[in-house]
Design a protein. Structure first.
Length: 319
């Protein structure tokens, strides 16, 4: 399948030569924004655009390093490169961005921004400033370090398959095979291997729990859950809304899943459905496989459409 390349938008404030992984390159940009004189609503707009560009460039650098690390969990240098960004760039930029958030919030021109365009942006900046605590910066670095240790640990786990050691992701594909005894054997190998790391996993989770509780406490939240809600800027729904949704899933979706699993059990002609029976295709001896060309999903949809009531297809297309 052909891949498409989308060039990044032209920069207007951050020079193309700036290295987003080098604080010496970034610090003057933060200082320039913090010290810039803003004497009109038009200049305030320009300042916001430049701040947004700087934010997006740093977020992109962080995302690239994170993806690089998670795609190569066996390469320690990639994990260290991501941690370097967290320790050297993100830890410094958080305080710098907080200062710029306060420049925005204290501007006399803030009230002149069109509400329909800047309502979400304004709400975000106000919330970010309210929960920011400088004492949390080193704790958030520790949180990332522990989380990457977990990623590294889980990525390093392997099991024996056909005479070679393979990562879990490859072994999981064997759970799609029609041979049930083989599925069970592979499933047990995977989870027995994971169980051997239980002490290390529990230690990491305990460390993360303590760090996160302190982060929440520093920001004056009763729990890390409540802090995380604000951190993720979940303004349009509450914890109570999520709990109501959980209740709805329990009362509506869980029975439906049980019904579907019963169909699976009957299709597989089993007395009892077990965990190693959940990935195999109950309708065919062939495992599920993703499409490999652009034409395949189109042809499949066309075929299924012909098998569907024509009136319903027309309604779906019109709506």
């Amino acid at each position: 399948m052909a891949t498409r390349s989308f060039p990044p938008p032209a920069r207007r404030f951050v020079p193309e030569t700036v290295d987003a992984g080098n604080w010496a390159d970034l610090e003057p940009l933060f200082s320039a924004l913090e010290e810039r004189s803003i004497d009109s609503i038009e200049e305030f707009h320009e300042w916001i655009y430049d701040l947004s560009e700087l934010e997006s460039i740093l977020r992109a650098e962080e995302a690239r390093r994170y993806i690089d690390m998670t795609c190569h969990t066996d390469d320690e240098s990639r994990r260290l490169r991501f941690l370097e960004y967290s320790r050297e760039i993100e830890s410094r930029s958080k305080a710098a961005f907080d200062r710029l958030d306060r420049v925005y919030l204290e501007s006399d021109f803030r009230s002149q921004l069109p509400e329909e365009r800047f309502e979400v942006y304004d709400r975000t900046k106000k919330s970010d400033a309210e929960i920011f605590r400088e004492a949390n910066i080193p704790l958030e670095v520790q949180e990332i370090e522990k989380a990457t240790e977990y990623v590294k640990l889980m990525g390093s786990l392997t099991v024996e398959l056909n005479g070679e050691e393979v990562p879990f992701a490859k072994a999981y594909l064997e759970l799609e095979q029609p041979d049930r005894s083989r599925r069970e054997a592979i499933w047990r190998r995977i989870y027995e291997r994971r169980y051997k790391e239980r002490d290390r996993i529990e230690e990491l989770f305990s460390d993360l729990f303590d760090i996160r509780q302190q982060i929440a406490k520093n920001a004056d939240f009763a729990s890390y859950r409540d802090f995380r809600f604000r951190h993720f800027r979940r303004f349009d729904y509450t914890v109570a809304n999520c709990e109501q949704f959980h209740d709805a899933v329990r009362s509506v979706l869980v029975p439906e899943i049980c019904r579907i699993n019963e169909i699976r059990r009957r299709k597989l002609d089993l007395d009892t459905l077990r965990l190693w029976d959940m990935e195999v295709n109950p309708y065919s001896a062939e495992p599920y496989r993703p499409f490999t060309t652009e034409k395949e999903p189109v042809s499949y949809t066309h075929l299924r459409a012909h098998e569907t009531d024509s009136y319903l297809v027309c309604r779906l297309l019109l709506e």
